[in-house]
Design a protein around this ligand. Structure first.
Ligand code: BES
Ligand code: MN
Ligand code: ZN
Length: 502
């Protein structure tokens, strides 16, 4: 979708979008369009049930001259118009127009009670529109031309349009990252497996990201027995991808060297999770193509950071494996030795994500000594039981970090909620024959999984985000169509901007 910004205008042709406030009160540009159409807009509102409420809209068709449509979007009360509401509005515009218009002009002006200036409002609406415009239809070879969304161009008119463009240009790069994640998550497992997912990550090299791919022999040498155990049943060999974005201006001296330490993001990249020998029931197993969602977020985030040239040093590490049953597959009861030296009794081969992350986290900590490490994983079905599909779960050894993530999530509508860690839960994964076992008891499954990860982060400040409930949406939201959501990219991008890049 092409998005541009220009100064205020009253278009005489095509499709025009204006805002209407609660009670049917016209905004300045809605009034201008009404004047230009001999009162057609106000007449249409009067003749309809549309009264400017949030999430409602009214199409005024062929209102006069060469105008095809004046589309009135309900804004609700001025004081409720905030960044998230505007992003949703942008999504609403795309939904309303995508089947009807190839392009549209959107008129944005100051609203009483709203804290944002028109150029800020325009940038938020534009971001929402761009995020909503995503579709994954590359495998639909028979889709008819007239079925395809044709809305390809949006032009925003507002005061200080150059400032609007500057704000949007940054968000546009973040949206590129979100789209990359959505693409990767949407691809089926015969297309995206460890080798090909690593190739996708490698494409970031042209944006200045240093990308290194470790293959099986290299991981063997490093002693990554936990990750390799999961991979051993599959015909597709595992990979570990390390991405580095060094965007922070270099400091001098020894204190600076510490300040140059990176922040690290680690992702679970199980490109297909059959469960292994502890095989899953067949119903819904196709969902396990997106069990690489955590890795997808880390790769998309690195793209966003490189795209907007973030002033931060960030490392992204993704452990890529396929979890399959076969004659060479890991058996329940097997004991593996992780890179940390700690041994793990694998009581359930379907609790594989934590085994992959155990080695990925340890490797990241040892090699990069990050000041903070955040992992993302579609780790447990239990997180869906606890939080449903609207919040991800966050676990951390640092309360400040937890709250920072909660706040960043609220700001971008990728919300996370904190769940506890503690010695009582840690005890639940002690094994009778090894240092630990890979499953806890019947209850608190997301917590025991997090507790397992905690044994591989040492003293590093760390958070684990369980995204099993939010990575894929069967229904969709105003700014994310059904399918892969990209949940996590904007959350972490916002956290970096607010807390690390300052
Ligand atoms: N990938 C699954 C978790 C999952 C479930 C992700 C539903 C997305 C939607 C994970 O590897 C898994 O199988 N976890 C098991 C753990 C259990 C064996 C302790 C689970 O949640 O049932
Ligand atoms: Mn599993
Ligand atoms: Zn899994």
């Amino acid at each position: 979708m092409k998005i541009s910004f220009a100064n205020p205008a009253t278009p005489k042709i095509g499709t025009v979008v204006v805002g209407v406030l609660d009670g049917g009160k016209l905004t300045v540009s809605a009034q201008a369009m009404d004047d230009a159409t001999g009162g057609a807009v106000a007449r249409a509102i009067k003749a309809s049930t549309f009264k400017g409420s949030k999430d409602h809209s009214l199409a005024v068709l062929a209102p006069g001259g060469r105008l095809t449509r004046v589309h009135c979007m309900g804004l609700g009360k001025g004081k409720d118009v905030d960044a998230l509401a505007l992003q949703k509005l942008g999504g609403g515009i795309v939904k309303a127009l995508k089947a009807h218009a190839a392009s549209a002009q959107i008129l944005v002006d100051a609203i009483e009670g709203c804290e944002l200036e028109p150029h800020q409002m325009a940038a938020e609406i534009a971001l929402g529109a761009r995020l909503a415009s995503y579709s994954f239809d590359k495998y639909k070879t028979k889709k008819k031309e007239h079925d395809k969304p044709k809305l390809g161009e949006l032009k925003f008119h507002c005061a200080d349009s150059a400032k609007a463009k500057a704000l949007y240009d940054v968000e546009d790069k973040v949206a590129d990252g979100v789209f990359f994640t959505r693409d990767l998550v949407s691809e089926p497992s015969n297309v995206i497996y460890p080798e090909t997912l690593a190739e996708q990550a490698k494409t970031l090299a042209r944006m200045g990201v240093k990308v290194q791919v470790l293959t099986k022999p290299q991981m063997k040498k490093l002693g990554m027995g936990a990750l390799l155990g999961v991979a051993q049943g599959s015909a597709n060999d595992p990979r570990l991808v390390v991405m580095e974005w060094n965007g922070k201006p270099k400091g001098r001296g020894r204190a600076a060297a510490k300040a140059d330490a990176p922040v690290a993001f680690v992702g679970k990249g199980v490109t297909f999770d059959s469960g292994g020998i502890s095989i899953k029931p067949s119903a819904g197993m196709e969902d396990m193509k997106w069990d690489m969602g955590g890795a997808g977020v880390v790769i998309g985030l690195m793209k966003a950071l490189a795209g907007r040239k973030a002033k931060v040093n960030a490392v992204g590490v993704v452990g890529l494996v396929e979890n399959m049953p076969s004659g060479t597959a890991q058996r329940p009861g097997d004991i593996v030795t992780s890179m940390s030296g700690q041994t793990i009794e694998v009581l359930n081969t379907d609790a594989e994500g934590r085994l992959v992350l155990a080695d990925a986290l340890w490797y990241t900590k040892e090699k990069y000594k990050p000041h903070t490490m955040i992992d993302l994983a579609t780790l447990t079905g239990a997180i869906l039981v606890a939080l449903g599909e609207h919040y991800a779960g966050v676990f951390s050894n640092d309360d400040d970090l937890t709250w920072e993530l909660v706040h960043a999530g609220r700001a971008v509508d990728e919300r996370v909620w904190s769940l506890p860690l503690g010695p009582e839960y840690d005890k639940m994964i002690d094994s009778t024959v090894a240092d630990m076992q890979n499953i806890g008891g019947r209850y608190g499954g997301s917590i025991t999984a997090a507790q397992f990860l905690k044994r591989f982060v040492g003293d590093t400040k760390w958070a684990h985000i369980d995204i099993a409930g939010v990575t894929w949406s069967k229904t969709g939201k105003p700014t994310s169509p059904k399918g892969g959501t990209g949940f996590g990219v904007r959350l972490l991008d916002r956290w970096l901007r607010d807390k690390i890049e300052k």
